[in-house]
Design a protein around this ligand. Sequence first.
Ligand code: HEC
Ligand code: HEC
Length: 382
Amino acid sequence: MARVANVRKSVATTLVALPLAALLAAGGWAMAEPLGLPKVPVPADNPQSPEKIALGDKLFHDARFSIDGTVSCSTCHNDKKAFTDSPLRVSEGHHKLTGTRNAPSVINAAYYTSQFWDGRSVSLEDQSQHPMVNPVEMGLPDHEPVLKIVREDPAYVEGFKKAFGKSGRDVTMDDVEKAIASFERTVISGDSPFDKWYFGGDRNAISDQAKRGFDLYVGQGRCVSCHAIEQTQALFTDNRFHNIGVGINRIQGDVPRLAAEFLKAKAAGASVDKTVLADPKVSELGRFAVTNSFDEIGAFKTTTLRNIAVTAPYMHDGSLKTLKDVIKHYNEGGKSPGDPAPVNPYLSGGIRPLDLKDQQIDDLVAFLETLTSPAYVTAQTK
Ligand code: HEC
Ligand code: HEC
């Protein structure tokens, strides 16, 4: 509690000392970080403002930016489901078309240094333009229909005037992307039982079993080497890419052909975003699709583990149904239970059999269950 009070106090002190513009540029207005999280990074050319955040919120929930008027960002990133579409394995776009990947939560995405499972987008701003024109998501042919709506709908005309001082043709996709990203930078959650225990010093915030699970998390399980916990904060990600043996077993024999064909299509101008979400096999190439680097075949971004208990199923392909299945996969050294294929040659060096007993697996699950923030405890996962 003491630390939260301190943060509030220092914000209040700075308020007096700095001109408002400087505060906004620092992204520091009115938002004290929840326990366990650092300051939200805000790009210099897109400072936070209440008007822009409200506008982004509206854009995020507007289904008119899809070809059949039924799909908004929040269809797949539903606030009632901890900003996912749990329990779907892979997302459903317009006309129930399916893509190849599981929808990650938007909660705390503001802290990632790249967006998407393969990191193909460099910022929240850039990311937000893609779903609208992806053929299996919102399905628009281009961004013109979006611009028409935001330039003509009276509520948006008012909103863009307030947020950007712009109207008519001066409103561009750049502004739309900035507003959505500003909203997403407020979708932040910490203050979980784990945070109260580890950073807040409340000894009773988590159970003894969860504490044993934590010891395994940082010890024998070696989870912390990728899902990082720092001294004063925990993002549960290293923002890097690793092949942990998910999905790749399905394409192993086919990798050289798939990789060669993908590189050819990419050189000829094919969109990486559209290709990886359209073809389940190409999807498994992972980070390779972005870097063309063979040692990143089947590598995906280390995702945060915050709110993980309410966002099943798991992994980029949604192939693991429960947290127990996930830990069994790691315990086998990167091979899902029942998976006949050998462990793939691109496997990260950090993935080795862990020799965890059943009781220890349960302890680790109990620890992961302490990472749910109060706002999402009641998230629907069924
Ligand atoms: C049809 C479902 C669907 C819709 C609609 C959709 N998304 Fe997503 N979103 C996904 C999936 C699936 C991924 C992962 C794709 C990948 O990594 O290749 C994703 C990834 C993301 C990410 C990256 C998070 C991370 O952990 O890297 C962000 C941010 C995001 N979406 C925001 C949005 C915004 C903003 C919109 C609206 C403009 C939107 N999404 C619309 C399904 C959807
Ligand atoms: C070598 C780095 C590394 C280590 C070690 C590691 N992880 Fe992961 N973890 C990842 C990556 C990368 C992904 C995403 C992989 C994918 O989707 O293909 C992931 C995904 C997950 C997910 C699913 C996340 C989601 O949103 O679906 C969970 C849960 C998880 N890890 C828990 C753990 C636990 C528990 C341990 C320790 C037993 C652990 N991880 C060890 C890198 C690692």
